[in-house]
Design a protein around this ligand. Structure first.
Ligand SMILES: *[C@@H]1O[C@H](CO)[C@@H](O)[C@H](O)[C@H]1NC(C)=O
Ligand SMILES: *[C@@H]1O[C@H](CO)[C@@H](O)[C@H](O)[C@H]1NC(C)=O
Ligand SMILES: *[C@@H]1O[C@H](CO)[C@@H](O)[C@H](O)[C@H]1NC(C)=O
Ligand SMILES: *[C@@H]1O[C@H](CO)[C@@H](O)[C@H](O)[C@H]1NC(C)=O
Length: 275
């Protein structure tokens, strides 16, 4: 799409345009908006969990979204709401940018926002997108993010982006990054190694009694999440609740506990809604 190709050019041209006094209502307003200082919005990719953090941001035209790549080997790749884990042809793509234990610098991918329409991004590594590693720049609202995450989780696999496009890669010092890396040996890419069989999918669909309709992921929408969102390594998801009930009530020859469980559900990415 041309909005990507044009993004950098646009930024360049905006700053190159000599500021001349503009009167008039709306057009003057718009000129003012464009003339305003663009800001850099950091987004942390990966880390202790396979996430974008934050996973929804509001950016003005000319702002720079700087993806900072934490633990793992992730991408920031553009897709669409309809095909969340498939690269948009000609879309933005950072390529795979790893972060390994001991690194003192951080790989980045910076893109200039050239429009106000939602931009859908995902990580094309392995099953990350199916785990919900997606984000939206300028979502229409919280529901769109929920829809996007759900759509991603419902896909079978991800498409691989091709060339780096729509932005530039660079490095920054780890000390200047918006994150603290996961501690070494922290199984940088998944849940705890010896994850027990995990309790059966809690909360049966409870037909009508939908008293607890908790939305899939949305855990406590952090109010107005600051862009930098410098959250220290989130402590491991301590076994949720008292699901110690694995008592073999009946004498069935254990038919379940087999491949019934879907993809590992343990480290499900939390969704932070900055609304
Ligand atoms: C990152 O992932 C890509 C794609 O799977 C792979 O080609 C590359 O070697 C990986 N890099 C590292 C450092 O693991
Ligand atoms: C919810 O379930 C309880 C127990 O199963 C039942 O007594 C109650 O009537 C149900 N409520 C609704 C709204 O269905
Ligand atoms: C979990 O179970 C233990 C032992 O049955 C009990 O002491 C504890 O209070 C329970 N915790 C919760 C949160 O229910
Ligand atoms: C479980 O089944 C076995 C073999 O069918 C039987 O010997 C045993 O008594 C059963 N135990 C219970 C608790 O039903």
């Amino acid at each position: 799409m041309k909005l990507i190709v044009g993004s950098i050019l646009l930024a360049a041209s905006v700053s190159a345009v000599p500021t001349k006094p503009v009167m008039l209502g709306t057009s003057g307003l718009r000129a003012n908006l464009k003339a305003r200082q663009s800001k850099v919005i950091p987004v942390v990719v990966g880390g202790p969990q396979d996430t974008f953090n934050p996973n929804a941001i509001t950016a003005a035209v000319g702002d720079i979204v700087q993806f900072q790549f934490s633990n793992g080997n992730h991408t920031a790749t553009q897709s669409t709401l309809e095909a969340p884990c498939t690269p948009l042809e000609g879309g933005i793509n950072s390529g795979h940018i790893p972060f390994q234990d001991g690194q003192t610098d951080v790989g980045t991918f910076s893109m200039v926002v050239s429009g106000t329409d939602p931009i859908f991004m995902f990580c094309s590594t392995g099953p990350h997108c199916q785990e919900g590693q997606v984000m939206i720049i300028n979502p229409t609202g919280p529901q769109q993010l929920l829809d996007f995450v759900k759509g991603a989780q419902g896909t079978d696999k991800s498409g691989e982006g091709t060339a780096i496009a729509g932005g530039t890669t660079s490095k920054i010092q780890l000390t200047n990054a918006a994150f603290v890396p996961a501690p070494p040996e922290a199984a940088g890419g998944g849940g705890p190694p010896g994850a027990p069989p995990a309790a059966p999918p809690a909360a049966p669909p409870a037909a009508e009694n939908a008293t607890e309709t908790a939305p899939p992921a949305a855990e406590k929408p952090t109010e107005t999440a600051p862009p930098a969102a410098e959250r220290p390594t989130e402590s491991a998801p301590a076994a949720a609740e008292n699901t110690t009930t694995a008592a073999p009530a009946e004498n069935t020859t254990a038919p379940e506990g087999k491949g019934k469980g879907k993809k590992r559900d343990t480290n499900r990415s939390p969704v932070f809604l900055p609304f």
